[in-house]
Design a protein around this ligand. Sequence first.
Ligand SMILES: Nc1ncnc2c1ncn2[C@@H]1O[C@H](COP(=O)(O)OP(=O)(O)O)[C@@H](O)[C@H]1O
Ligand SMILES: [Mg+2]
Length: 266
Amino acid sequence: MTNLIDIKGVTHAYKTPNGPLPVLDNLTLSVPEGEFAAVVGPSGCGKSTLTRLVTGLMKPDQGEVWLHGQRVTSPRRTVGMAFQNPVLLEWRTILDNVILPLEIVAGSMSRRAREDRAMELLQLVGLDGFEHKRPSELSGGMRQRASLCRAIVHKPEVLIMDEPFGALDAFTREDLWQTMHQLRAQEPFTAVLITHDLRESVYLGDQVIVLSGRPATTQFVMDVDYPQAGGLREIDGLYTSQCAEMLATLRDQIKIAQGRQPEAAH
Ligand SMILES: Nc1ncnc2c1ncn2[C@@H]1O[C@H](COP(=O)(O)OP(=O)(O)O)[C@@H](O)[C@H]1O
Ligand SMILES: [Mg+2]
């Protein structure tokens, strides 16, 4: 399997009035095509910075970022983004918000074809019937669903999400997790999800990457062996001993990343 994302020895520091602030330190990670990578790490360690490097919005001081065999040196159109705050445009309907990326990257596509494509996704996430509403008329969970549709409407090679479910209540969040799996089953894409929710990382990830404290480097990588063969993952799987063990391992790694030692095994 080829790697869709290859980050090789990336080091980066922000220039601040008090001198350079090292944020990433020789960070290496790769995501094979079609895989879902969940990235966790202490607050402020450099996770959002990492997303800016992958999308080409920033260039690292050292190291290389590769996307589908091409070195990233400028912003990429083949990347879809979703954030904690859905940033939908209030003067556009939900349908027109979802269509927006197509207006930018698919100039030759007819209005009708764009609408059909957007409606296909809105139906998939259960938002058909709301396409003519404005963002403020929808709940937070519905807005985030619309924002996910917008992020993948143009079939990006990779979807980068920076804590997209962080502002949602627990039940809405779990609904969105399931929607995420449905979307992937319908339209496979490669994904990088930044999250601070370990259950989310295990439920959604094929691999979970733990970053160290700042300056961040890849501290630990776990292949998720979800207790379910085939089909969509079920939330109940999170309550099995298999997941409990994975979560305990990740919790220990986060403690190390935060500069604390894990408790000794009993
Ligand atoms: N544009 C910037 N200029 C200077 N410092 C920044 C800038 N963006 C982020 N930082 C700092 O870099 C560190 C890492 O930030 P960030 O990547 O947002 O971390 P995370 O997303 O893991 O919380 C933080 O200490 C933050 O304050
Ligand atoms: Mg962040």
